[in-house]
Design a protein around this ligand. Structure first.
Ligand SMILES: Cc1cc2nc3c(=O)[nH]c(=O)nc-3n(C[C@H](O)[C@H](O)[C@H](O)COP(=O)(O)OP(=O)(O)OC[C@H]3O[C@@H](n4cnc5c(N)ncnc54)[C@H](O)[C@@H]3O)c2cc1C
Length: 376
């Protein structure tokens, strides 16, 4: 996006990528259909130590702007849920679109081109690569985060930033499954494959969506979302009956289905295997009419505010994003240019701007790329 924008301005642009092809994360995204934007994107959908930083670029290149390009290239798309737009056919179409736009703008692209050294002199940047030495007035670092190292992710952008005097905020895996261990894992053992809607809550944030229990822990959109707000030791709570007021529902069961065991009525509103495990492990399993009010309140509290002790995350191997990164406080929010080194820009995930699940991360990549491309 940055390259095609700068190319359209008449700049001579060279893209350098060490991978054997560009846009690998686009190709693998959204299950192969690329969730390329979210129509509801606002700054509130991003995590950053500097929450205002992303506003300017997002306002100047909106989801509608990207959709306009997608439509101009005849790419069919659909909204899945909550403003998330996906290609009908394949993520390859998004990469093709960007490559075609780059070609039209005269952008040169080099793949399999590792960067060995970057220096800045009086005449700009010198980038020594496996395919020769390049000189440029501007240098844009768009090397992403640490997620999915097998796809070519490296900490290269962070090293460049540090070498030019930029501060880095601690990085960690985001949008990632959480792991359970010890007795917490044992209690969920045999529930692998169970999926249910939940509301996941941590550190003042909550997400309502599906959770999937896996053999290692928990995953699914609600968990991926909350994982970006969770750190080891933090309190994580799950509403296992997000469509009900648990206390009210239990009182109703007590009056209408008093002779039924708790496990029976619970199995009607959540997966049976989970209902059975909850009744074996945490809840009293007896006919609902035998629950007195304190017992009923305790059961409701467990169902609507279940404390889950996660031991960690699956890490960068499966994380969709990297939280933290280049501190934005020394980067211009208008142009993405370093305030320390004129001509040096940072865009996309390498910056400390991390979106929620749902197309926000690509919208940030497009918008920040566009902002830098207008200036670099
Ligand atoms: C499995 C998966 C699915 C995802 N699905 C979605 C989705 O549907 N919607 C969404 O919004 N977001 C999604 N994301 C997040 C999204 O892919 C990223 O936030 C986005 O790609 C970041 O763009 P970027 O340009 O900053 O970095 P990247 O897309 O990671 O690109 C970085 C580029 O830099 C190159 N590079 C790295 N190091 C070097 C080096 N040393 N020298 C030369 N080149 C280098 C890489 O090869 C790569 O081409 C997904 C992520 C993953 C992992």
């Amino acid at each position: 996006m940055c390259a095609l924008t700068a190319g359209q301005r008449g700049r001579i642009v060279q893209v350098i990528d060490h991978a054997n092809k560009v846009g690998k994360k686009i190709l693998m995204s959204g299950g192969g259909r690329c969730n390329f934007t979210n129509t509801g994107t606002t700054a509130a959908n991003f995590i950053s130590a500097n929450p205002h930083f992303c506003k300017s670029a997002l306002a100047r290149y909106t989801p509608s702007d990207f959709i306009e390009m997608v439509e101009r290239h005849g790419i069919a798309y659909h909204e899945k849920e909550l403003g998330q737009l996906f290609c009908d056919i394949s993520s390859k179409q998004i990469v093709r679109m960007l490559l075609d736009e780059c070609a039209d703008a005269g952008v040169q692209i080099r793949t399999d081109c590792g960067v060995q050294q970057i220096e800045r002199g009086a005449d700009g940047f010198r980038v020594r690569t496996a395919q020769g030495l390049f000189h440029s007035a501007s240098l844009v670092i768009a090397t992403g985060g640490l997620s999915i190292p097998s796809m070519g992710a490296t900490g290269f952008g962070y090293e460049v930033a540090r070498s030019f005097g930029h501060e880095l905020l601690p990085t960690r895996a985001g949008l990632v499954p959480l792991t359970l261990s010890g007795k917490h894992q044992e209690r969920f053992a045999e529930l692998s494959g169970v999926a249910l809607p939940v509301e996941a809550r941590c550190n003042g944030q909550s997400f309502r969506n599906f959770m999937l229990i896996t053999h290692r822990g928990i995953s699914g959109p609600a968990i991926l979302q909350i994982s970006s707000y969770w750190q080891p030791g933090n309190d994580l709570r799950l509403d296992l009956l997000p469509d009900h007021d648990a206390a009210q529902w239990l009182r109703q069961m007590k009056s209408e289905r008093g002779a039924s065991e708790l496990r029976t009525v619970l199995s009607e509103v959540m997966p049976r295997r989970l209902a059975l495990r909850l009744c074996e492990q945490w809840l009293k399993d007896k006919p609902v009419r035998q629950f007195d009010e304190p017992e009923l309140k305790a059961a409701a509290s467990l169902l609507s505010d279940f404390p889950l002790v996660a031991s960690g995350t699956e890490g960068y191997r499966t994380a969709e994003v990297t939280l933290g990164g280049v501190d934005t406080r020394k980067v211009s929010s208008a142009t993405m240019e370093s305030q320390l080194v004129p001509g040096l820009h940072f865009i996309g995930e390498v910056l400390d701007v991390t979106g929620w699940l749902g197309g926000y991360n690509f919208q940030w990549a497009w918008a920040s790329g566009r902002a830098a491309g207008m200036a670099a």
